[in-house]
Design a binder for this molecule. Structure first.
Ligand code: FAD
Length: 455
């Protein structure tokens, strides 16, 4: 049964996927964003460049974005037939392991079919497709060109009873107004001001956990002949302790590709052609550099995005939270993008929000606590992986050091052993927890290899 009005603050991936879920529980869903979000979908990657346009609110759209299997599963669940439609719209598709060349710690993982699909795309194109689906749903309205100023409460002086009853928004040239709502969802990304809004209402701010990495993504669009990738749709070279920098080639719609180089702790790729190419040559493996050298750049220079570090807001640890309000996506936790998790985690959160709304007694604190393992696992993967890199001030306890040593051996094994490679791929795609890599069937294969064979 649907009733009432939900307002979603932020119309990026978390906001859109959440809005899709909310349509099952509310008569009306309004998405607010400072960018204009209207615009049709032609489905032809060459017909309308607006479909690929990077918007101001999502500057990361210029950089490589991958969707993990867990995320594609969510998109399939919310939009049945999505994978086929995305392929028909020109997004390269393949198998999540068989056609994605993943390299970890200097090892190229063995590629075998898993039966799980993968889609490669430019971030704006995927977002435009999802948006076209969500905006076509009955009851969904969009307020583009509006700044979100805050949330509105029923009684700001009595915190114990304060309920969020709407959002304060303002168009560029108009007065501020209140958009009344039965539920307000904050999906404004890592710049979310929800902690401040809570404090203004007399609630405690969530504690913040951070892991600084001073990462930069440096990306350049290219025209890449697909044959250069030898049947793969994407190549990802992760950083290793010996060479803590990485790179990715992602084929996209319309015969284009984005090539991204990333490095941490100030070791950032230069933007100019010669510097970009020289940096790529010093990645742990040559695949990305080889593609750069054989392809035509579509921009004079690369563009840069700096990411200081992963940040998690512990809403799950709060004791009080105002009814009528909830926080999702990067606003809840923003992960080091090297692990490609943000959109997928936002999708899983959206599905969980739906199941909590189904109970008829939505309690945001209960939702945050239920979502804890959904965030814990990618957080552990991202911060644990970062901690293995020299100079990162991450967890250094014995457990983390042992896990990282085990992973070094696992990567070496996965280069030759398809069982290990598949198991690893399921973990990085957020289908299995990291503990799956310690199961006896995998551990025997990892630890049973002679040391001489794995160094
Ligand atoms: C360089 C980079 C690479 C990434 N690569 C990947 C990847 O490979 N795979 C992956 O899954 N994820 C990746 N991510 C993360 C991914 O982009 C996000 O997780 C994803 O977009 C979901 O974020 P979100 O919707 O919560 O917030 P955002 O995408 O940040 O969107 C926030 C929205 O809110 C709007 N907004 C914010 N404040 C206001 C305001 N005051 N008023 C009005 N509107 C406002 C913005 O305009 C925007 O539309 C990457 C991130 C970065 C930075």
């Amino acid at each position: 049964m649907t009733h009432g009005h939900a307002v979603v603050l932020g119309g990026s991936m978390a906001g859109l996927l959440t809005a899709r879920v909310l349509t099952e529980h509310f008569d009306r869903v309004t998405i607010v964003d400072r960018d204009e979000l209207a615009g049709g979908w032609s489905g032809d990657p060459d017909a309308d460049p607006r479909e690929r346009a990077v918007r101001r609110g999502v500057p990361q759209g210029r950089h490589a974005h991958g969707l993990l299997a867990a995320g594609l599963n969510v998109i399939e669940e919310l939009f049945p037939g999505a994978t086929g439609e995305l392929a028909a719209a020109g997004m390269p598709t393949g198998d999540v392991l068989g056609n994605v060349r993943f390299c970890a710690n200097g090892h190229r993982l063995k590629q075998v079919p898993t039966g799980m699909a993968a889609v490669s795309f430019s971030r704006p194109y995927l977002e435009t497709w999802v948006r076209s689906k969500v905006l076509a749903l009955p009851g969904v309205e969009v307020r583009g060109g509006h700044d979100i100023i805050g949330i509105a409460s029923d009684d700001a002086t009595a915190a114990a009873r304060t309920r969020v009853v709407g959002a304060r928004i303002q168009s560029l040239d108009g007065p501020a107004q209140t958009l009344a709502a039965d539920l307000v969802v904050d999906a404004t990304g890592k710049g979310s001001r929800a902690p401040r809004w809570l404090a203004e209402l007399g609630y405690e701010r969530p504690r913040e956990e951070r892991l600084q990495v001073d990462l930069a993504y440096v990306s350049r669009p290219y025209r890449v002949a697909p044959a250069l990738l030898d049947g793969d749709i994407a190549i990802i070279i992760g950083p290793s302790a010996a060479a803590p920098r990485g790179g990715a080639v992602m084929l996209q719609e319309g015969g284009r590709a984005v090539i991204t180089l990333f490095g941490i702790l100030g070791d950032h790729a230069p933007l100019d052609d010669a510097g970009f190419r020289a940096y790529a040559k010093r990645l742990p493996l040559p695949y990305v550099s080889d593609i750069i050298e054989a392809s035509e750049p579509l921009a004079d220079e690369a563009v840069k995005y700096r990411f200081p570090g992963s940040t998690r807001h512990r809403y799950d640890r709060l004791r009080r939270f105002p009814p009528g309000f909830v926080v999702v996506g990067d606003a809840l936790c923003s992960f080091n993008p090297m692990y490609g998790q943000g959109m997928s985690v936002a999708g899983v959160e959206a599905l969980m929000l739906g199941s909590h709304l189904k109970t008829g007694h939505f309690d945001a604190l209960r939702f945050f606590r239920a979502v804890r393992p959904v965030v814990d696992i990618p957080w552990q993967i991202a911060t644990g992986g970062d901690a293995a890199l020299p100079g990162v001030d991450g967890p250094r306890d014995l457990g983390t050091r042992m896990v990282n040593r085990y992973l070094d051996r696992l990567y070496a094994a996965a280069a030759h052993d398809e069982v290990v490679s598949r198991a690893f791929s399921r973990v990085t795609n957020l289908l299995d927890p990291p503990a799956a890599l310690l199961r006896p069937g995998i551990a025997r294969r990892v630890l049973g290899r002679r040391r001489s064979a794995i160094v």
